[in-house]
Design a protein around this ligand. Structure first.
Ligand SMILES: [Zn+2]
Length: 82
């Protein structure tokens, strides 16, 4: 598994494959030095951050609305029972 994604140009010697590259903490994909996440994980995390920020803003600025009326898309499905 460690050798599946070796790439040249990412290590100290650019001609040799980097056998222990920096990896995305969420999906173990090798990433370039200086990156915190691989691109798909970054896009997903950024989308979740935007959604969380927007919802926190809506909840704070519309205190008279229940979450069900602010975010009906969360509630139009079958109720989950555990
Ligand atoms: Zn990732």
């Amino acid at each position: 598994m460690a050798t599946a994604h070796e790439r040249t140009g990412w290590g100290i010697n650019p001609a040799e494959p980097d056998e222990n590259p920096r990896r995305c903490p969420q999906c173990e994909t090798p990433i370039l030095p200086g990156r915190a996440l691989c691109h798909p994980c970054y896009v997903r995390a950024e989308q979740q951050r935007c959604a969380f920020t927007e919802r926190a803003w809506m909840t704070r600025n519309y205190p008279n609305y229940r979450p069900r009326s602010l975010f009906p898309e969360d509630y139009d499905q079958e109720e989950v029972t555990r």
